[in-house]
Design a protein around this ligand. Structure first.
Ligand SMILES: [Zn+2]
Length: 306
């Protein structure tokens, strides 16, 4: 079978490898789509880092069940959350898989995992419907956070991005207002919009110093900063405001897959609207990683199809 194998920075090769077999407690899945996560792009550009399996946003069909597997059968549609999804087949322990309704659209199923990350981040930050929120970055993470916030009933959500296309999509998805951080001083703007106080919650969804600073400087007294962006460089932060305004800063890097499935099944939301293109596995480098690295203004979420 074909599989995209990670060799190093900007070195991913599609190779013929042996098909995996479902071991004890595992299912074998024929991959329909594997979404390219921001963390995968980060690993492609900067190297592997712990806690981030390469190719984990998978949906597909069960084609084999290993010994001892209960609750899954051949033909089931599933989402899985482990590595090696850039392949025709993968095997997953059943505790890293979730059964999907048979009529769920595959594109919708493909964003279950990243949506689950956004839900988790908001739960970890104890975000309330009455909160005012600012999101730094309208990439896949920021936009799914926005969708999750609107689903929770949060009314006021400000968002920033350098890309006009991403800002437009954010407004379509319910952002109260969006700003270009290249032309607007964000903390000043947020203060202007909140009677000088700042917002209750800010969410860093990019992973760079500038956006982290915007978040810290836009958060009100005793507010919360949730950091979900993947950082490559160190961030130099003046901590005085953090201390004097008694803020809480929270990192978020896990998922709530069950809640995500529940929302995708029962709620009128369209997280699949962040999918901008689908590329065949053979073209994962040019049509996937390089495309995302070089065309952030055009692409948001790319799905890989084996
Ligand atoms: Zn992911």
């Amino acid at each position: 079978m074909k599989k995209a194998v990670y060799y190093g920075i900007r070195d991913v090769r599609v190779e013929d490898v042996e098909e995996p077999k479902a071991g004890k407690g595992e299912i074998k899945v024929k991959v329909k789509y594997c979404g390219i996560c921001g963390s995968d792009l980060h690993e492609y550009l900067h190297g592997l880092f712990p806690e981030s399996p390469f190719g984990h946003e998978v949906c597909g069909e069960v084609v084999e069940t290993g010994p001892g597997v209960e609750g899954f059968k051949t033909g089931d549609h599933v989402a899985t959350f482990i590595k090696d999804g850039y392949a025709e087949y993968l095997t997953a322990p059943i505790d890293k898989a979730l059964k999907l309704p048979m009529d769920m659209d595959w594109k919708r199923a493909a964003v279950l995992e990243p949506l689950a990350g956004s839900i988790y981040a908001l739960e970890r930050g104890r975000v309330q419907p009455s909160d005012t929120v600012f999101i730094a970055g309208a990439g896949p993470v920021g936009l799914l956070i926005l969708i999750a916030l609107k689903t929770l009933g949060v009314e006021t959500v400000y968002i920033t991005d350098l890309s006009a296309k991403r800002r437009a999509l954010a407004e379509k998805l319910g952002a109260t207002a969006s700003f270009d951080p290249a032309s607007t001083k964000i903390p000043v703007k947020i203060r202007e919009l909140t009677q000088g106080e700042g917002v209750d919650v800010t969410i860093e969804a990019v992973g760079i110093e500038a956006t982290l600073k915007d978040c810290l400087a836009s958060t009100k007294y005793r507010g919360t900063v949730i950091v979900q962006g993947i950082f490559t460089e160190r961030a130099l932060i003046h901590m005085l405001g953090f201390v004097t305004r008694e803020m809480t800063m929270i990192g978020a890097n896990h998922i709530n897959a069950e809640r995500s499935l529940e929302w995708l099944t029962n709620k009128d939301i369209a997280p699949e609207s962040i999918v901008t293109s689908i590329t065949p596995l053979e073209n994962i480098v040019e049509g996937g990683f390089e495309m995302l690295a070089n065309h952030k203004d055009e692409e948001i979420k790319i799905l890989v199809e084996p």
